[in-house]
Design a protein around this ligand. Structure first.
Ligand code: F6P
Length: 366
């Protein structure tokens, strides 16, 4: 019987449990055994009880739970070869030669590195007498399949990552709450949202809540943004608006890559626009809580596809990542998706914001 491992890695995201549930049940459905690896790559490096067989009923109730019930970690050991050597040994001991990883781009890259090194690692384990030739014989290749779990929606080649719509919904709820108090006092609020180097959450939150101004990393504001922002906001006030909402992505910066902080924006709104202003940092509230209907559906459909991708894989197939493009669940080469994602970061670092926006646009119109 084929043994398929599933793990969640990096920052948790709503919907990760749905993905684990789908992988476990689909693996069983196709006559395989499913193993959950607890605490992300930490579990793979530690082995033993951290790698547990999962039965159909073990994932009961997972679909509607937020976070990740099998735990996650940002594992430093796995980034080094000795950590991956240990991970390979633990997988052979458990008889696992296929891994489905739900995480962000860093987590998925790590998995592909393990795949690339696989034969070398097994050889080394035999040389060091940690495993025998007999033990490694059935495990000639490692299959890796990526599922993108992240609230940031920052992976190229997929329209939505697992978790981003739940997070967006939570941000909208929070901004709606802030709206009522802002309107009552005619105040301005600067709201910082997560997203790391990606402005998707801030952009979509701005669109969904009718914010007055937003700051995102891919398209920094004009050089005289201070005047521009105050002008826009005063204009909105002159039209009768009783509240002001400015959304700042945590990765926001100006055209010279100087960070734009919520407090900087607050000072401007207070001193130049004359508004009573407060800052609200949403923090991890936007990452927690139950997954939206969309994320339950996305994680389930993608988990199903991930198991199919494991079973279809040949030694020549490049590791796939499961994406959603124009409402279709599709496979794309994992390394290409990661390379394209890195291109956006490189364009931003080079202050080529037109290129950054062009790449982001292309992500949604393949
Ligand atoms: O990648 C998800 C994310 O929530 C980012 O939006 C944020 O920058 C980061 O993780 C926060 O990480 P941590 O929870 O480790 O502080």
């Amino acid at each position: 019987k084929r043994r398929i491992g599933v793990l969640t890695s990096g920052g948790d995201a709503p919907g990760m449990n749905g993905a684990v549930r789908a992988v476990v049940r689909m693996a069983i459905h196709y006559g395989c055994e499913a193993y959950a690896i607890y605490e992300g790559y930490d579990g793979l490096v530690k082995g033993g009880d951290m790698i547990k067989e999962m039965h159909w009923e073990d994932v009961r109730g997972f679909l509607s739970e937020g976070g990740t019930l099998i735990g996650t970690a940002r594992c430093a050991e796995f980034r080094e070869r000795p950590g991956r050597l240990q991970a390979a040994k633990n997988m052979i001991i458990k008889g696992i030669d296929a891994l489905v990883i739900c995480g962000g781009d860093g987590s998925l890259t790590g998995a592909d590195t393990l795949r690339a090194e696989w034969q070398g690692l097994l050889k080394e384990l035999v040389e060091k007498k940690e495993l025998t030739e007999e033990q490694i014989k059935p495990f000639t290749h490692l299959n890796i399949v990526g599922l993108v779990g992240s609230i940031d929606n920052d992976l190229s080649m997929t329209d939505a990552t697992i978790g981003c719509y739940s997070s967006l919904a939570r941000i909208c709820e929070a901004v709606d709450s802030v709206d009522t108090t802002a309107t009552s006092h005619q105040r301005a609020f600067v709201i910082e949202v997560m997203g790391r180097h990606c402005g998707w959450l801030a952009l979509m939150a701005g669109v969904s809540t009718g914010a007055d101004f937003i700051f995102i990393p891919e398209e920094p504001p004009s050089e005289n943004w201070q005047e521009e922002m105050c002008h826009v906001i005063k204009k909105h006030r002159a039209m009768g608006k009783r509240k002001t909402i400015v959304i700042v992505a945590e990765g926001a910066h100006d055209r010279e890559l100087n960070k734009i902080t919520p407090n900087m924006v607050k000072d401007l709104l207070t001193n130049q626009a004359g508004l009573d202003t407060r800052v609200t940092t949403l923090g991890h509230v936007q990452r927690g809580g139950t997954p939206s209907a969309y994320d339950r559906m996305l994680s389930t459909l993608q988990g199903v596809e991930a198991v199919r991708a494991v079973l279809d894989a040949t030694p020549e197939t490049p590791s796939p990542v499961i994406c959603i493009i124009e409402n279709k669940i599709v496979r794309r080469p994992l390394l290409e998706a990661i390379a394209q994602t890195k291109e956006v970061a490189t364009a931003i670092e080079a202050k080529d914001f037109d290129r950054a926006m062009e790449l982001r646009d292309a992500e949604f119109a393949e």
